[in-house]
Design a protein around this ligand. Sequence first.
Ligand SMILES: Nc1ncnc2c1ncn2[C@@H]1O[C@H](COP(=O)(O)OP(=O)(O)O)[C@@H](O)[C@H]1O
Ligand SMILES: [Mg+2]
Length: 493
Amino acid sequence: MAQTVFAPWEDPEEKPLIEFRNVTKRFGEFVAIDDLSLAIYSKEFFALLGPSGCGKTTMMRMLAGFEDPSEGAILLDGRDISGVPPNRRAVNMMFQSYALFPHLSVWDNIAFGLKREGQPKDKIAARVDEMLRLTRLNKFATRKPHQISGGQRQRVALARSLAKAPKLLLLDEPLGALDRKLREETQFELMDIQEKTGTTFVIVTHDQEEAMTVASRVAVMDEGRIVQVATPSVIYEAPISVYVADFIGDVNLVRGTARARPETPSVAAEAVAGPTAPEPAAAAAVAPNLAAPEQTASERSAAEAALPVDPRAPQPNALGEWLHDKVLFPILGRRKPQQKLLPAPSPQERATSDRPQTAPPRDAAQAKPAPAHADDPDALAGGGIVIDWAEGQPPVIATNGDAALDGKPVVLALRPEKVSIGKAALDMPNTLRGKVIDIAYLGNISTYHVQLADGSMIKAQTANTRRLSRRDITWEDEVWVGFSATAGVVLEE
Ligand SMILES: Nc1ncnc2c1ncn2[C@@H]1O[C@H](COP(=O)(O)OP(=O)(O)O)[C@@H](O)[C@H]1O
Ligand SMILES: [Mg+2]
């Protein structure tokens, strides 16, 4: 879609269509909008997203002219519009209730505003026909609102709002009355119509998926303020705060204390070892192949966390395990856990995938070949931080963390689809042991809720690309979850 290159907000020459300049709106003592500044550009599909009561409708009403700011200014095309009545603004607002006239036909509903303007008859007819075509309502022109479906009524309201060719169309929860499937279809229709007409749309929604689907940019609001304005993928991949990360989509929040990591990987490996992790264990977590054969029990468990396991190696049966654990372990060393649970993959399976299963990125435009965490060139890069998140556990490595956070409490925001899960240790910079507590199976995606050593939960997602997964992870299974050193976003608490 054209939106891959459409980015007027990045062009310093570009003048915004709408500008909020330090706008505050009070209702009595109550501050509904708090010193808010924002620029929206022509042809944008802009979404205001936030919980109920955060001030979205108030912003729309100020744009439409139903409310005036208590302080600050709102500019349309560079001109202050305070004092300009609603019907004199090149702005139209489509209400959630649609407010169609029940006694008028679809055709007359769409023509209503044009007739009131006193436009010539043939011009009105041409415009209404154009709007009927745009919203695919030609067949229903003579029907009354009660004779058409909810989705069609929504399109009549849209056609009526667009008939006067406003520069700016405001849509306040426009799809709220539609059921989920119709809602999704209508989202694409809205995008299509927005693109065809070139009208600037500002949509209010409390549905984050809807905002992510339709919008060129999303503003995440909280209590009368804008917390972050960015494209959907930036909001999703690089939220600036825990609030945004938590509000948009599903996220793991790993809380801990940051420690700076030196710039050179070899030194970094040593520095990983801190009060909570013995040195060789940490070294192993960074560079699996360095794990020494002579180890203490605690070192071993951490080293095992990082060692790639060959799933095709011969495995002991139950009796062999018992014998090993009870009798032979002083000679052979402790048995590596879990290997028995992983059957050797068939040749076909090996051809399809030899990697930990990971869900594809949500944004199809960003779709790449299967993410190759293990070969990730910067997976073991130096610098960044480690996060001590639980006593006795190897710290989490985040090479994208800011070393200046050293000593501070931080939160690693980690999307579930960036967390791999396996029955054997994963060859990844971060690999943690846990137990499967719950599985949410959604047809195309499974989400595993894994309890870690400190009792906290982490969600890992796999895309169910094959009908039967060879890894077949189930409730109560001991598993490994893993993620790259850049999979998460490090945020300050
Ligand atoms: N006319 C009004 N008088 C008093 N308080 C109002 C008025 N309109 C909105 N508010 C308050 O302002 C806050 C923001 O409301 P609103 O913009 O409707 O939120 P949203 O659309 O995000 O759910 C709410 O707390 C609401 O109660
Ligand atoms: Mg509202």
